[in-house]
Design a protein around this ligand. Sequence first.
Ligand SMILES: Cc1cc2nc3c(=O)[nH]c(=O)nc-3n(C[C@H](O)[C@H](O)[C@H](O)COP(=O)(O)O)c2cc1C
Length: 292
Amino acid sequence: MSQRLSRLFNQTFNGFARSGCGQGRLSWSKTCGLRNTFIASQKRSVATSRSCWQQCPNTTIPLPRRKKRVVVAVTGATGSPLAVALLQRLRRLNVETHLILSTWAVATLKYELDAPDDRSSYFASLADYSYSPRDVSASLSSGSFRTDGMIIVPCSMKTLASIRIGYDTDLITRAASVTLKERRRLILVARETPLSSIHLENMLRVSEAGAVVMPPVMAFYTRPQCIDDMVQQSVKRMSDLLGVGEDFDEEEEQSRSDVWTGFDWETKKAGEISQRGETQIEGEVQKASNGA
Ligand SMILES: Cc1cc2nc3c(=O)[nH]c(=O)nc-3n(C[C@H](O)[C@H](O)[C@H](O)COP(=O)(O)O)c2cc1C
């Protein structure tokens, strides 16, 4: 019976939290003297707890919140600087990171980064937790370990193929399978060029299963000045897809050069006017106003 009541309380409690009641805070009574016993009260009866809240609804108590938690896997496709920049960004965004480097990622990053950053220990220093890809007994293998999503950056065609058919031979593919079955966000920064129809079909199937396939393709409208600009632009899109950092830094949001805001029609119009000459424009305006 007490278990049932405690479950009911948790449902009520979480319901308030989810509905954004008091912006993540649960209304509660200061005057009823129960403030300090709030956490312990999870064990108390629902009836008592609810009636207290109903009597004194004007005070708030912070709900304990866990950090966002993201699994970051790196495989042997080219693109390890993207993984470095993403891990750095997730740290800035206060996201808890769980890192898995595949055996071939460790081999490949030697060619892509300068010493001493070309080692797995450097990657591990950027993450909160690191795992061996061979350790399929790790917590990430189970859906009971709650995460807010997983990103594989870069994702090789081999790992993509394994995920597509659910062939969970290592911790990366197992954690990806878990992410899909638990209906959590899975982002695959799939890297290969050109693409065969086998690659394309695998991408289609994982996309149908719920994954987001995001090849690290550069944008030029942001006018990147160097490779790092391109890396940073891609990494921002990755963290957007992971759903982290939206409420992070308004200043950064305003200065983001990768956010498309539309054509600058005013400048374009002014340019056209000076090119074609005012007489012609005036003629066109007159025609338009006559309904021609
Ligand atoms: C320098 C280098 C670059 C590579 N680039 C790619 C790539 O862009 N895409 C890809 O699918 N495989 C690439 N590979 C091959 C993968 O490393 C290989 O298929 C490996 O088995 C992937 O294993 P993993 O997914 O477990 O890391 C590259 C290998 C090397 C050595």
